[in-house]
Design a protein around this ligand. Sequence first.
Ligand code: ADP
Ligand code: MG
Ligand code: MG
Length: 246
Amino acid sequence: MLEIKDLHAKLRDEEKEILKGVNLRIEKGEVHVLMGPNGSGKSTLANVVMGNPKYVVTKGDILFEGRSIKDLPPDERAKLGIMMTFQNPYEIEGVKFSQFLITSHRKVHGEEKNYLELRRELENQSEKLGLGRDFLERYLNVGFSGGEKKRAEILQALFLKPRLLILDEIDSGLDVDALKLIAKIIADLNKEGVTLLIITHYKRLLDYLERIDRVHVYVDGRIVKSGGADLADEIEEKGYSLEGVR
Ligand code: ADP
Ligand code: MG
Ligand code: MG
């Protein structure tokens, strides 16, 4: 489904490379985990796959279902079914969360469902996440607590139902109950066929997931080691300076 080939990228107005040759292949329906230290370029990788214009690809390619998406604008990538949740979601004053979600749904899926249907779906999903209905009428992320922001990101994923979902540190700053709830929703999305790339520092989210196909250790802009779910235990134990990593 997703194939990243020798991907190099940098910030648009800087020279220094952040991605230094990433190679990654994810098949449809799989769950991949990317773990790496702070500042290693994990969020940059997610942003580059989404097409955030702050970054430029200097070498390599990104294929989605065999087709290069490297030069597509972010909204075209979203239409193909690619979505990321943000580590630090933007606050947008004046835009209601519900309005944002319904507009995004229309952009991605067209007019296949009418407003009332979408609205009902959204309210149900919001309740499922323990956010309630009035939450939907607040401005996007404005004054949301850390945990609420993370849940709001998951609500977007649930509502927009992407085909490939990249979760950037969805688990940071969550208490155990919220973590379990989010893990359950993520696992359910995967069972419905959503392919997952989970970026995290911690193993604790992974403990609640049934399916993990590959774990990748990511250091300084590239994947330095890949393995099964056990690799996450090893990282937890030994840190990122694993033997044989470099
Ligand atoms: P990670 O998500 O692994 O913590 P990031 O991708 O956020 O790493 O950052 C990798 C490096 O690139 C860091 O040195 C960071 O400061 C820099 N960087 C990434 N994005 C930006 C940005 N938008 N503005 C300034 N620096 C950035
Ligand atoms: Mg970081
Ligand atoms: Mg990050």
